[in-house]
Design a binder for this molecule. Structure first.
Ligand code: ATP
Ligand code: MG
Length: 349
């Protein structure tokens, strides 16, 4: 199969099955994924190989892969229109990751803040996979010659690294790339980050300076898309705030991270600006605002949650959707990986 000289617009993104999807994943990435599906060819992956960079119980991992897939579909991704699959079913990700490892420089990886945060103080004991996470992420994107990657703010640095890897590959192999039939010596497009969800950085409910994460030890730090109305109410009521009433001016939120986060979540869920939210609630105590936020969050998350429960009642159907997606993904990634092998000088039959 011959590949186009210049790849057409193609979207790739993924989430880790390290836990249930939370409001940060939903507002920072998922809403945009659903939007982009209307106008672009989209490939959405459940990145199970990234998940095992930190310990995962094998049985729970299987359940989480299905649960994240159900969350994708319940949030509005259409498995017929877009390609939905789990990463480990498409071996080209791992194959290309090795090539990316050999293109990326140690100095580049040493600058990655996510590794520093996740490895913490016990860095010597972190897995090699956690360190090499960004090169696998570059391979995920480049295996499809994807052009657009919708993610939350926290993934910006990894995307810049993916662009650096694509650029260095194109430079290092410019001659062989031309020999392989790509006349301008460019094989990989430089993937564009699309960081523009309704809230690109949702913070923890327990600490307004830390992002909301699936892997945070505290359940109270995040609202999951699987939480029922009671849990949502409990988590919002317990969310950290400061003693002052809500400000009437959005500029004052800058010095109050917890208030800023809750107002940001309210704004994102109701398609309003933060200024509109503080105009409505300014001067009021947090108790009244939190009550309104609970109602709003339940009204948005409830239907997604109900649809996830319905889908998860038939795991065989989810497995079928993932297998079908993997087949379609391989049909794209296979010929691209073949060209990469030709370009770097591997023999293949
Ligand atoms: P983990 O703690 O295991 O890294 P995570 O919550 O960071 O999990 P990922 O699977 O790493 O979730 O990321 C999936 C997508 O969600 C990415 O596009 C990421 O940028 C986005 N995302 C993650 N957390 C947030 C957040 N707090 N606010 C906005 N977007 C987020
Ligand atoms: Mg993450």
């Amino acid at each position: 199969m011959s590949l186009p000289q210049k790849p057409a617009p193609r979207v790739f993104s993924g989430m880790q099955p390290t836990g249930n999807l939370h409001l940060g994943n939903y507002l920072g990435a998922m809403v945009r994924w659903v939007e982009m599906q209307k106008s672009h060819e989209c490939i959405y992956c459940v990145v199970d190989m990234h998940a095992i960079t930190v310990w995962q119980d094998p049985k729970e991992l299987r359940d989480q892969i299905r649960s994240v897939t159900a969350a994708y579909i319940a949030s509005g991704l259409d498995p017929k229109r877009s390609i939905l699959f789990n990463q480990s079913q498409v071996p080209e990700h791992a194959e290309l990751a090795w090539v990316c490892n050999c293109v990326a420089r140690l100095g580049w990886l040493n600058r990655m803040t996510q590794f520093k945060e996740k490895a913490g103080k016990d860095r010597e004991n972190a897995s090699v996979g956690l360190y090499a996470y960004p090169t696998l992420m570059a391979a995920d994107i480049l295996a499809y010659r994807a052009t657009h990657v919708p993610v939350g703010e926290d993934q910006k640095q990894h995307l810049e690294l993916a662009r650096d890897i694509a650029q260095k590959f194109n430079n290092d192999f410019a001659g062989p790339i031309r020999d392989a039939g790509f006349d301008d010596g460019t094989f990989f497009p430089l993937p564009e980050p699309v960081i523009m969800g309704p809230a690109t950085r949702v913070m923890s409910l327990r600490d307004g300076t830390k992002k909301m994460s699936k892997s945070d030890a505290s359940e109270l730090s995040r609202i999951n898309m699987t939480d029922d109305a009671d849990s949502i109410a409990k988590k919002i009521q317990k969310a950290k705030t400061d003693p002052l009433p809500l400000p009437g001016d959005a500029a004052e939120l800058e010095k109050r991270p917890e208030a800023d986060n809750l107002v940001g979540i309210f704004a994102a869920l109701s398609n309003k600006t933060k200024a509109e939210v503080v105009a409505q609630f300014g001067g009021q105590q947090f108790s009244a605002f939190k009550k309104a936020l609970v109602e709003l969050a339940v009204s948005r998350i409830g239907p997604v949650n109900a649809e996830m429960t319905r889908l998860l009642a038939d795991p065989a159907e989810i497995d079928r959707i993932l297998a079908d997606g993997a087949k379609r993904a391989r049909a794209i990634a296979g010929p691209i990986m073949d060209k990469v092998k030709d370009i770097v000088g591997f023999l293949r039959s």
